[in-house]
Design a protein around this ligand. Structure first.
Ligand code: PGA
Length: 246
């Protein structure tokens, strides 16, 4: 089965660096049997759209506005992303929930806006360290799912990607052990099933590297990986994509 690998470059690169890395991705990934998606920052989307045009790599965005075109200073419309060939949009990443104080209501609006433009939303859910310690991880995830699909019932979605990203594992080098991740995956897939969602892919994200990637694929059953730091080098991302599932 095809797996989905999403590179989230966050705000790590200048436009020149992003262009260079995109070219390096194109030459590194010539024949791919999996689905590869690169999410640069908004400034690089137009340039990368041209670079990836006849390549095996799809383009994603790290966010999208919940609003349609209009007087919304600083926002980027999902319709413009679609026009530039963007296929996926990350929504509700924990860095946006925490640093930009994005609410479930706003995230729900973004899912609706992105879906209306036929982009596939990549909804991120995950608990923080304190919530896990207090045994609240499952209820936090269910709450985030409930909030995200408030304005658009799951059964109306064409396709959705949900990334389980425990906050304590993001950019920390601290691994979520695969058994814990699988438990959370089951909670997510049960919830999605009850919500009547048809086509759901569930990814894992948080300090993914070549040496732990395989433990989340294969028997752990994740449909792919969302990768931050280790996607900033084409060869390191390739090692993740090629990691043998166990
Ligand atoms: P990381 O980031 O791989 O650097 O932990 C993952 C993410 O935030 O999506």
């Amino acid at each position: 089965m095809k797996k989905l690998f999403i590179a989230n470059w966050k705000m790590q690169l200048t436009p020149t660096e992003a262009e260079k890395l995109a070219r390096s991705f194109v030459s590194t990934f010539k024949n791919v049997s999996n689905e590869l998606v690169v999410c640069p920052d908004f400034l690089s989307i137009a340039t990368l759209s041209k670079i990836f045009k006849s390549s095996a790599i799809s383009l994603g965005a790290q966010d999208a506005s919940a609003f349609e075109r209009g007087a919304y200073t600083g926002e980027v419309a999902a319709s413009d992303l679609a026009y530039l060939g963007v296929k996926y949009a990350i929504v509700g990443h924990s860095e946006r929930r925490n640093c930009m104080e994005e609410s479930d209501k706003l995230i729900a609006g973004k899912i609706k806006a992105v879906t209306a433009e036929k982009l596939t939303p990549v909804l991120c859910v995950g608990e923080n360290a304190a919530e896990r310690k207090q045994g609240k991880a499952a209820s936090v995830i269910r709450g985030q799912l409930r909030g995200a699909f408030k304005s658009l019932p799951g059964k109306n979605l064409r396709s959705i990607v949900i990334a389980y990203e425990p906050i304590w594992a993001i950019g920390t080098g601290v691994n979520c052990d695969p058994l814990t991740a699988v438990r959370m995956k089951t909670i997510i897939s049960d919830w999605c099933q009850r919500a009547g969602m048809k086509k759901t892919s569930i990814l894992y994200g948080g300090s993914v590297k070549a040496d732990n990637a395989a433990s989340f694929l294969g028997t752990a059953g994740f449909d792919g990986l969302l990768v931050g730091g280790a996607s900033l080098d084409a060869q390191s991302f390739k090692n993740i994509v090629n990691a043998k599932s166990n």
